[in-house]
Design a protein around this ligand. Structure first.
Ligand code: FAD
Ligand code: SIN
Length: 532
């Protein structure tokens, strides 16, 4: 049993900012399932959106976000987040994040940052650090956390379940609202389970695109936070809006990596295999249309031609400029035999980001007392039906900072007695196949039946298959000692089910949810959130 004031589950941008900002108020534990660096944040390429140019305005950023989100975003939330963006970028600079400057001899100040453009933005407003923005941000945050004496870091520790009233000794009084007291944590190196009690818990577990076989995410992104919050009784919203990034490097072996939208922002063009351009037929912004539109256009074109991929052509951009802004992409493509200054890059869309998540206020509060969320796992209302590029890091930054400074955070709370984890001792090796096979099957179902374009028939088939698989996995989970693979596969099944059920509830097409049976949007019936 370990006691903390603040338990932070997840070491991406959302988790680390919350940890740093609460460390002045109490003892903090950061729990993370691999190393501190293993997270979506570390993979972020394009940058962080913020109004930093005199020609730009908050209202334009608000409008671009709202339009990209197909009018489902909440304007007041969008406005608040957009307004706080410059101050939070300054916060990252103060922590030591080195953003790319207009000119390398200038001081690292907001007005000197170089800005790039991405899909759906009417202005250049993305602050970046070459094509490794996330890694640069993580380096600064990790250094600050490691220096802080009030922060204990537990790598290779996996949160299994949030502790709520079900886990409190029955001798204690009934508590009327669902309340979180911390989490059961598996030490992955020893397979032992410990209770971490905390007055406030921040669930910052990131996204779940690993539910799909073709995705841009690191392997930690198995949607654990959505599953834990759902099982604890929090409302989950808008899970049907799975954003596919239009340009992942095409790899027939299934090992894609992202080619940043900023490459298109700097002038690269999408071309079919026969060399034809096509995006002008789909949207006035062409290759820089919002992401859902570009991915769907690619999906239509590839279905028409039968091709497995198309090309992103950057060869007309000066080679030195490409290598300077995109050193990581240049190197990764070269390792796969493509010199991006000389040849077009083979690309295909891949599952990238969940626009929905746990219902969360602007201050990171959830339905559950003392449980906060921020980052990709949370749904504040910023993104609506489709996220505007580079608004995710922004949201993680603003909401986690606000949650840390929320006025109720200093409440004095008496810890209740928590029931120990009931561990089964016998491990049934023979049935391990339930875990190893079903993970692949879930991935294949999601990729094939619940992809960029959907039909109600396929969604219904997916639903019944996922339910059966979930039963098998859950049964295994209850009769065997806990292992990381079991928890992750169970969580993927829960997330898959949340996505499919939400998709079935929305009988229209909007943003990242396109269903052939209802190809138009229906503002009369569906200009509202899908809540589970
Ligand atoms: P993450 O950074 O993913 O952190 C989640 C953390 O939770 C990890 O440390 C993980 O190990 C931990 N965790 C998960 N489950 C458990 C568990 N059960 N127990 C313990 N720990 C757990 N967005 C932008 O705005 N701009 C960009 O340029 C951009 N580029 C991107 C490029 C790529 C390739 C990808 C994949 C995403 C990109 N995004 C971008 C999206 C953005 O990076 C993420 O949405 C954002 O980083 C999420 O931050 P987070 O803190 O919520 O989660
Ligand atoms: C990218 O660099 O294209 C990713 C940006 C994002 O996901 O916001």
């Amino acid at each position: 049993m370990r006691n903390y004031d603040f338990l932070v589950i997840g070491s991406g941008l959302a988790g680390l900012v919350f940890a740093l900002e609460t460390a002045a108020k109490g003892k903090v534990a950061i729990i993370t399932k691999k190393s501190l660096y293993d997270c979506n944040t570390d993979y972020a390429q394009g940058g962080i959106a913020a109004v930093l140019d005199i020609k730009d305005s908050f209202e334009e950023h608000v409008n671009d976000t709202y339009v990209a989100g197909c009018e489902l975003g909440k304007k007041e939330i969008i406005r608040q987040i957009v307004k706080e963006a410059p101050a939070r970028i300054q916060y990252l600079i103060d922590l030591g994040t080195k953003f790319t400057l207009e000119n390398k001899d200038l001081d690292p100040r907001l007005e000197n940052l170089s800005l790039t453009r991405e899909g759906g933005h009417s202005q250049k407003r993305v602050a970046y650090s070459a094509d490794s923005t996330g890694h640069e941000v993580m380096t600064a945050l990790i250094a600050a956390c490691r220096k802080n004496e009030n922060i204990d870091i537990y790598e290779n520790h996996l949160a299994i379940d949030l502790i709520t009233q079900h886990h409190i000794s029955q001798a204690q009084h009934f508590i009327p609202n669902i309340t979180c007291w911390g989490a059961y944590i598996l030490d992955i190196t020893t397979n032992e389970i410990e209770i971490f009690r905390a007055r406030k818990t921040m669930l910052a577990t990131g996204g779940g695109a690993q539910a799909y076989s073709y995705n841009t995410n690191p392997d930690i992104a198995t949607g654990d936070g959505y599953a834990m919050a759902h099982l604890a009784g929090a409302r989950i919203v808008n899970m049907e809006f799975v954003q596919f990034h239009p340009t992942a490097f095409y790899d027939p072996e299934g090992n894609p990596f992202l080619i940043s939208e900023a490459v298109r922002g700097e002038g690269a063009i999408l071309k079919l295999k026969n060399g034809d351009t096509f995006m002008h037929k789909y949207h006035p912004l062409g290759c820089l249309a919002p992401r859902d539109i570009v991915s769907r256009a690619i999906d239509f074109e590839l279905r028409k031609s039968g091709d497995k991929h198309l090309y992103l052509d950057a060869t007309h951009i000066p080679a030195e400029k490409l290598k300077l802004h995109f050193p990581y992409i240049y190197k990764k493509c070269a390792q796969r035999g493509v010199d991006i200054t000389q040849a077009p890059i083979p690309v295909v869309p891949a599952a990238h980001y969940f626009c929905g998540g746990i219902i969360t206020t602007i201050d990171g509060e959830t339905d559950i007392r003392n449980l906060y969320t921020a980052g990709e796992v949370a749904c504040t209302g910023l993104h609506g039906a489709n996220r505007l590029a580079s608004n995710s890091l922004l949201e993680a930054l603003v909401i986690s900072w606000r949650a840390a400074h929320h006025h109720t955070i200093n409440d004095e709370v008496e810890f209740p007695e928590i029931l120990p984890w009931l561990e089964t001792t016998e491990f049934n090796e023979n049935e391990w196949v339930i875990i190893s096979h079903n993970r692949k099957i879930l991935n294949t179902i999601m990729q094939g039946y619940v992809g960029i374009t959907r039909s109600r028939r396929l969604l219904k088939y997916a639903n019944s298959r996922i339910n059966n698989i979930y039963e098998e996995i859950n049964n295994f989970y209850h009769h065997n000692p806990v292992r990381k693979e079991v928890i992750e596969t169970r969580n993927i099944a829960i997330v898959a089910s949340l996505i499919v059920r939400s998709a079935l509830m929305r009988k229209e097409s909007r943003g990242a949810h396109f269903v052939y049976d209802y190809p138009e949007k229906d503002d009369v019936k569906y200009l509202k959130d899908t809540i589970i």
